[in-house]
Design a protein around this ligand. Structure first.
Ligand code: NDP
Length: 316
C-alpha cells in the first residue's frame, strides 16, 4: 500500500475510503510531525491537507518522493504550488462542489446585515420588544447594486442567488469575463457605485489588503462589505476604524486576518455579523468536498492522473 501523510482533519467517509488503499500517517497523532517526517518522509507519496493548514515548506522538503498534494477546499493559498510543481508534485483542490454553499453564506451575511437579524433577535430575547414596542426599521435587500470582487465560480453563484432580489450585479477582477454584468477595471470606482461589495477572490500576495481604506471610504457610510474570501483580502485594521467611525456602514465577515483570532474591537461592534469561517461548512457540502479530495488521490494511485488539479498544475 502507498503511504499517505494526512494534515488536518478528515471525515469518517474519507478515512474509510483512504484506509482501504493507503497506509495513513496522521500528523495530528504525532508529537512532532516534522521530526517524524525527517525520519520517515521518504516513504510518503501522497499528502492530504486543507486550505488552512496547507503544507509547510519544511514538510515538503522532507518528502522527496511526494507525488500528489490533495487539498480539501478550493482555496489553496497555504500551499506553495510553484515549489510543488518544480518538484514534480501535482496539487489538487475541490472546485465547484462548494459554489452554492459559499454563495448561500455570502447572501445570508448580506441579508443579516440589511435586516439587522442579530439585533432584532437580541431585541426579542432580551424582552425589549414587550417593554419598548416595535424594533427600529431595517433596510430592504431588494433592488441593491452589488459589486462582486472576483467573478469566478463562486462569484457567479452569488450573482445567480441574488437574481430574485432584483439586484444589479457589477464586478471587478483582473480581466473582464464573458458576462452581461458591467465590468470595472478599478476596484475603488466600483466601490463608489455599489451598495454592497462582496469579496470572493483567492487569498495570497496578489490580493493582500486590496480592499483598503480608499476602497472602504468609496463604499461609504451606507455601504456594506461582505467578505467570504480570505481575511487577508481586506485591511482589517482599516475596516475596524471605518466601521467605528461610521465611514463604512456594515460588514458581514466569514474570514479574518489571523483566524481563529478575531480582534476584540471587531467583536464589540454592533454593525457587523461574524461567522467562524463556515462558508462551505454544511454536512452535504463537506461530504462532496471530502469525496473529491479522495477521488483525486485514488485516481492518481490507480491511473496516474487526477480529477481536479489547481490551474498551475493543469499541464502536468
Ligand atoms: P475562481 O478561481 O473560480 O475565481 C476567482 C476570481 O477572482 C476570478 O474571477 C479571478 O479573475 C479573480 N481574481 C483573482 N485574482 C485577483 C486579483 N488579484 N484581483 C482581482 N480579482 C482577482 O475561484 P472560486 O470562485 O472557486 O473561489 C474563490 C475563493 O473563495 C477561493 O480561492 C477561496 O479563497 C475562497 N473560498 C472561501 C470559502 C469560505 O469558507 N469562506 C470557501 C471556498 C472558497 P481574474 O483572474 O480575471 O482576476
Amino acid at each position: 500500500m502507498a503511504d499517505l501523510f494526512m494534515i488536518g482533519g478528515a471525515t469518517d467517509a474519507m478515512l474509510e475510503r483512504l484506509g482501504a488503499e493507503f497506509t495513513i500517517h496522521r500528523a495530528k497523532d504525532m508529537d512532532d510531525p516534522q521530526a517524524w517526517l525527517n525520519e520517515n518522509g521518504a516513504m510518503i507519496e501522497y499528502v492530504s491537507t486543507n486550505g488552512h493548514d496547507g503544507v509547510k515548506p519544511s514538510f515538503m522538503d522532507a518528502m522527496p518522493n511526494l507525488k500528489v498534494i490533495s487539498c480539501y477546499g478550493v482555496g489553496y493559498d497555504a500551499i506553495d504550488t510553484h515549489a510543488a510543481k518544480a518538484k514534480g508534485v501535482v496539487v489538487t483542490h475541490t472546485p465547484n462542489v462548494l459554489n452554492a454553499e459559499v454563495a448561500t453564506t455570502a447572501v445570508m451575511l448580506m441579508m443579516a446585515c440589511y435586516r439587522e437579524l442579530l439585533r432584532d433577535d437580541a431585541y426579542v430575547r432580551s424582552g425589549r420588544w414587550e417593554v419598548e414596542g416595535n424594533a427600529p426599521l431595517t433596510r430592504s435587500v431588494d433592488g441593491q447594486t452589488v459589486g462582486i470582487l472576483g467573478l469566478g465560480r463562486i462569484g457567479q453563484a452569488i450573482a445567480d442567488k441574488l437574481a430574485p432580489f432584483d439586484t444589479t450585479i457589477v464586478y471587478h477582477s483582473r480581466s473582464p469575463k464573458d458576462v452581461e454584468y458591467k465590468y470595472y477595471g478599478n476596484l475603488t470606482d466600483m466601490a463608489r457605485d455599489v451598495d454592497v461589495l462582496i469579496c470572493i477572490t483567492p487569498g495570497g500576495p496578489a490580493t493582500n489588503k486590496i480592499v483598503n481604506r480608499e476602497v472602504m471610504d468609496a463604499l461609504g457610510p451606507q455601504g456594506t462589505l461582505i467578505n467570504v474570501s480570505r481575511g487577508t483580502v481586506v485591511d482589517e485594521e482599516a475596516m475596524i476604524l471605518a466601521l467605528q467611525e461610521g465611514r463604512l456602514g456594515w460588514a458581514g465577515l466569514d474570514v479574518f486576518e489571523a483566524e481563529p483570532k478575531v480582534p476584540e474591537a471587531l467583536r464589540k461592534l454592533d454593525n457587523v455579523v461574524l461567522l467562524p469561517h463556515v462558508g462551505s461548512a454544511t454536512v452535504e457540502t463537506r461530504v462532496a468536498m471530502g469525496a473529491l479530495t479522495v477521488d483525486n488521490l485514488l485516481q492518481h494511485l490507480q491511473e496516474g492522473t487526477v480529477v481536479s488539479p489547481v490551474p498551475e498544475c493543469a499541464d502536468m
